[in-house]
Design a protein around this ligand. Sequence first.
Ligand code: SF4
Length: 314
Amino acid sequence: MPSRPPLTVLLASPRGFCAGVDRAIQIVERAIEKHGAPVYVRHEIVHNRHVVDRLKAMGAVFVEELSECPTDRPVVFSAHGVPKAVPAEARARKMIYLDATCPLVSKVHVEAERHYAAGREILLIGHEGHPEVVGTMGQLPQGAVALIETVADAQAFQPRDPANVAFVTQTTLSVDDTAEIVEALRTRFPAIAAPHKEDICYATTNRQEAVKAIAARAEVLLVIGSANSSNSVRLAEVGRRAGARAYLIDDAGSLDPAWLAGVSTVGVTAGASAPEVLVEGLIDRLGQAFAVTVEEIDTARETVTFKLPRALAG
Ligand code: SF4
C-alpha cells in the first residue's frame, strides 16, 4: 500500500453545538419521552439534516405550519423563534405546545418590543425569509419593523423621524458585515438606539473568531453544516475572506477528494447546529487518505447553558 501523504488538520474550537441548539434538541427528545410519539415540530428544530433525521426516527414529525398538526398531540416551536400569532393560534386550538426558541432569540424579541413601546421605528438587520427574521418581525404589528440586509439598505432607508430609530439584529449574522451596516446606520442616525450588547450571539461570534484563527493557515476549510444553516454559511464566508478555499458539507460523505489534491493543511469546523459525531466522521475519512495530524486551535471557552422549560425540566 502506498504511504499516505501527510495532512495537518487545524480543528477550530469552539465549533458545533451551541447552548440553544442543545436545549432545543433536548426539548424534542424529552417531549417524546413524556408524551410518546408522535410529537410535532413546527419547522426544522435546528437547521441540520442529521439532527432532523435522528429525531424523525425517534417519533418527531416535522411540519411547516401549525394547521398541519392535530390538536391532540404536542407541538414544539423551533429554536429560531415564531411570530406571536403562532402560540396564539395554538392556545386558541387548545394545543399543548413547547417553545424551543433560543433564549438569545427571545431576548431580541423583548428588545424589539421595548423599542416599539417607546415609539421608536425599528430596523432589523438580517436575511429576508430566515425563520428567525420572520419570528422577530412577527412580534410586532405588520410594518413596525423594517428589514435591513445590506449597507445599501442602511443608506437608502427613509425613517419617519431620524432621531427616533432603533436597531436589533438576527443572532447568526457575519460579525464583520454587520459592523459595516451598523456603522452606516450610526453615521446617518447618530442617536440610533442599539442593543446593550451585540444581538449576534456568543456562539456565532466565537465560531467566526475560531475560523479566522485557522483559515489564515489553512489552504482549504471544511465547514460541517447544512446549506440552510445561517451560522454555518457565515463560517464558510469568513473562511473565504481569510484566504481559504471553503466548502460547506453536510458530512464526510459530501467530501470531494479533488478539493484536497496537493493540500497539506486543512481547517475543520462545524456550525452551531452540527453534531460533533460528524466532525469525528470527517477526520476518520481524512485519515483513510492521509497521515493526519490534528491540531486543535482553541480561541474561546464556552460555559453557557440554558434551562429547559419548566414543563419538561427535572
Ligand atoms: Fe441561540 Fe446562538 Fe445557538 Fe442560535 S446560534 S440557537 S441564537 S446560541
